[in-house]
Ligand binder design. Structure first.
Ligand SMILES: Nc1ncnc2c1ncn2[C@@H]1O[C@H](COP(=O)(O)OP(=O)(O)OP(=O)(O)O)[C@@H](O)[C@H]1O
Ligand SMILES: [Mg+2]
Length: 293
């Protein structure tokens, strides 16, 4: 029989070696800029690269990840919040090898979650920690409480912009509120619907010039997704473009983005906020801590 000391050491080692879960919130301020498209295709690309991915539909009141993937959820987060089902029980398997946490549409209780309920939801994900590598949260448009809470709770905030004045002003407002009120000061920016190669980088620089001047934030340009009719067709076919048109320019761009995202370091320790999988960060041993560059 192992001694008590030995089992304590073993437990500590097991806890210490717990792999951190990377959490990406995909957001952007404005509606229709491509947040769900980026979230769904990033999930498909990372799953395709062998990662165990869960995609959370964080648009709690107007769910549409299920529609993007042609899934018909029987149970949703509504049933988790009411205590009828566990998070595990509502997980759906996508055809692309990742799992989906579906939200519900038109349920006011979900759309207007108060802070304690939101915290409970974030904490509920800890039960999945040992089985997943990446959690992607597709957030709603706007800067309402649900969006800022999910973004703050994520380890990486991915801001999707496109070449429309309202996209830039709304993304600016979102970055401002997240940095000033929620302690988020690093953002990964994706330029979507780029009309020509390089147009996304130009758009990013326009955004950065304003944001970096007035806000104390770090913005990383992490890639552009071309305006691609294949993506539109894939949405209509309720499939990720990676699956429906794997050779399309958009699919190639998502694969590149996923390869990049795969290298983003998980922050070294908890940041003192409501955070997904916070206990994994607390348990990581010092030798494994990485500095965020
Ligand atoms: N790169 C692209 N090329 C062509 N069409 C695109 C591209 N990205 C998005 N779209 C189109 O724009 C539509 C809106 O995209 P999507 O639903 O992903 O945006 P969203 O930001 O999640 O919107 P909402 O704020 O309503 O949740 C999609 O249905 C798709 O047809
Ligand atoms: Mg969406």
């Amino acid at each position: 029989m192992p001694s008590r000391e030995l089992s304590l050491v073993d437990n500590a080692r097991r806890a210490g070696l717990a792999r951190p879960v990377q959490v990406l919130a995909v957001t952007g301020g404005k509606g229709g800029v491509g947040k769900s498209s980026v979230a769904v295709n990033l999930a498909a690309a990372l799953a395709g690269a062998g990662k165990r991915v869960v995609l959370l539909d964080g648009d709690l009141g107007l769910a549409n990840v299920d529609v993007f993937l042609g899934l018909s959820p029987r149970y949703t987060l509504q049933h988790v919040l009411s205590g009828e089902r566990t998070l595990d029980e509502i997980l759906l398997e996508s055809s692309q090898g990742f799992q989906v946490v579906p939200a519900a549409s038109g349920i006011a209780q979900l759309a207007n979650l108060d802070a304690p309920a939101h915290l409970g939801l974030v904490q509920a994900f800890s039960s999945l920690a040992a089985r997943i590598d990446v959690l992607i949260v597709d957030t709603a448009a706007g800067i309402a409480h649900g969006v800022t809470q999910f973004s703050q709770a994520a380890q990486q905030v991915v801001v999707v912009i496109c070449d429309e004045p309202a996209s830039l002003t709304d993304a600016y407002a979102l970055v401002k509120v997240l940095s000033r009120q929620h302690g988020v000061n690093r953002f990964r920016v994706v330029a979507n619907m780029a009309r020509s190669p390089g147009a996304g980088a130009d758009l990013f620089h326009r955004f950065e010039r304003v944001a970096a001047r007035f806000l104390d934030v770090v913005l990383d340009f992490v890639g552009e997704i071309p305006l691609d009719e294949c993506l539109r067709r894939a949405v209509r076919a309720q499939r990720p473009v990676l699956d429906a048109y794997p050779a399309s320019p958009a699919a190639g761009a998502f694969k590149k983005l996923a390869a990049r995202a795969d290298k983003w370091p998980v922050p070294a320790g908890p940041r003192g906020n409501v955070e997904f999988f916070v206990e994994r960060l607390v348990q990581r041993p010092a030798v494994h801590l990485e500095a965020v560059p």
